[in-house]
Design a protein around this ligand. Structure first.
Ligand code: SME
Length: 160
């Protein structure tokens, strides 16, 4: 019988539990928001091997590219545009099973097939989003939504 390393047999929820602890430890003693966003993006990206993982920040009424892992990406996204701008406008997480079926989806990479965008709040206002893209269809489900929202809720003071 092939014995796979434990990590590869872990369920998604278990990986999120470890990731949550790792991220809390990473940001624990650091106050710089760019350093924290960078390590959070890297930790999520490395854990799951996503295609693109990163942040956009609200700057002067646009979303502007922040720290990320993956290929180069669009630098500015308008309010209400694409998945990111829609998440900002609606103030809620958007899970897209097939980005080609999402009206107005902004193509930063043709390899991206599914996406999740989680808004970041400060004093009840959206100040940025966490955006994750996958090369596969329907990668993200309710587990990703709940776990990523929990991560963002906890790290929000350290990234905004
Ligand atoms: N696809 C996103 C744009 C950002 S990239 O995927 C990194 C959107 O539609 O908002």
């Amino acid at each position: 019988m092939l014995l796979l390393p434990l990590y590869f047999t872990m369920k998604k929820i278990e990986k999120y539990e470890l990731l949550f602890e790792q991220i809390k430890a990473l940001i624990n003693k650091e106050s710089d928001i760019i350093a924290n966003m960078s390590n959070i993006a890297a930790a999520i990206h490395e854990t799951f091997g996503f295609w693109w993982t990163g942040f956009y920040r609200v700057v002067d009424n646009e979303l502007v590219l922040g720290p990320f892992q993956g290929p180069v990406a669009c630098t500015r996204i308008a309010y209400g545009k694409g998945v990111c701008g829609t998440s900002w406008e609606e103030g809620k997480t958007i899970v897209v099973e097939n980005v080609h079926e999402f009206p107005g989806h902004i193509v930063c990479s043709s390899a991206s097939k599914s996406e999740i965008v989680v808004p970041i709040f400060k004093e009840n206002k959206v100040v940025g989003v966490l955006d994750i893209d996958s090369e596969n269809l329907a990668t993200f489900d309710n587990i990703d939504k709940e776990c990523l929202e929990k991560i963002i809720e906890v790290v929000q003071p350290s990234i905004s």
